[in-house]
Ligand binder design. Structure first.
Ligand code: IDP
Ligand code: MG
Length: 151
């Protein structure tokens, strides 16, 4: 099953939007695979955002993600990476599709509430960075056959 790392970033946690993000992913039919609430260390932040090192927003991005607790989750399902990116919306909230989390709840790119893996390859790396194998729950839902064509 395809999986994606999803973070409710510090602004989302502070604004009480953890439940809002979860409800949208649950309603879409995606499956929760893992979850934990944590303060992000400097080291984890730098590894997670290594691809952005050197960019003008890198230092503020690291400060943002380490500034307060985040809700880290793994969600799975068919085309989970693309589906979750769509549910979260484009990086810049003013370019995010109406109905997406970033459109509906955010205004600024540096306060865009969530993270979601951008490719299948990166999703597997990110899941392994944030979670140990034993934290990833492999389970079946009674509703799977009504949501997934193949299960
Ligand atoms: P993504 O979160 O949609 O994958 P990325 O381009 O990977 O977007 O950027 C990571 C995060 O860095 C964004 O979610 C946003 O919080 C922040 N960011 C990206 N570009 C800018 C910018 O130009 N100014 C401020 N923050 C930015
Ligand atoms: Mg990204």
């Amino acid at each position: 099953m395809e999986r994606s790392l999803v973070l409710v970033k510090p602004d989302g946690v502070q604004r009480g939007l953890i439940g809002e993000v979860i409800i949208r992913l649950e309603r879409r039919g995606l499956m929760l695979v893992a979850a934990k609430f944590l303060n992000v260390s400097q080291e984890l932040a730098e590894t997670h955002y290594a691809i952005h090192k050197g960019k003008p927003f890198y230092d503020t991005l690291i400060k943002y993600i380490t500034s307060a607790p985040v809700m880290a989750m793994v969600w799975g399902g068919p085309n989970a990476v693309a589906a979750i990116r769509q549910t979260m919306g484009a990086t810049r909230p003013t370019e995010a599709a109406p109905g997406s989390v970033r459109h509906d709840f955010a205004l600024e790119i540096g306060r865009n509430l969530t993270h979601a893996s951008d490719t299948v390859e990166n999703s597997e790396k990110e899941v392994a960075l944030w979670f140990t194998p034993s934290e990833l729950i492999n389970w079946k839902r009674e509703t799977d056959r009504w949501i997934f064509e193949q299960n």
